[in-house]
Design a protein. Structure first.
Length: 132
């Protein structure tokens, strides 16, 4: 999921260095959860969010502090209780960093334990998960 297009010896200034290793969100059925994830990178970088999860959206913006940015995530709970997992990919023109996101939708369930639903990715994303 992580990648870089920088060449050896390049100044890797626009690579997101996330402050947290993962995000966990919780909301009731029909509700939503939000979280701000801070990260560092060079000045004057442009970042955006890429995700394949239907329930996750967000924006990336500069924080006002030089070299600091904020990834704002919004998870919409929909109608089915369960635990959902995906990657939030913070991208620039030169690189990407991935953040695991776990979202628990609370509600009554006759099944007992809540099922875990992992978001399916593209073949390129699946292959990149197994690269060194």
């Amino acid at each position: 999921c992580d990648y870089t297009n920088y060449m050896c010896g390049d100044d890797e200034s626009c690579v997101a260095e996330l402050d947290v290793p993962e995000v966990r969100l919780t909301a009731p059925v029909g509700g939503r959860a939000e979280s701000d994830v801070w990260f560092s990178a060079g000045h004057y970088c442009s970042f955006w969010l890429d995700t394949v999860a239907w329930w996750l959206s967000g924006t990336v913006h500069a924080s006002g502090q030089p070299g600091r940015y904020v990834l704002h995530l919004v998870a919409d709970a929909g109608h089915t209780p369960g635990i959902y997992q995906t990657w939030a990919q913070v991208e620039s023109s030169w690189s990407a960093r991935c953040l695991p996101v776990t979202f628990e939708v609370e509600g009554t369930s006759s099944v007992g334990d809540l099922p875990v639903r992992e978001q399916v990715g593209s073949w390129g994303r699946i292959k990149s998960s197994y690269r060194d």
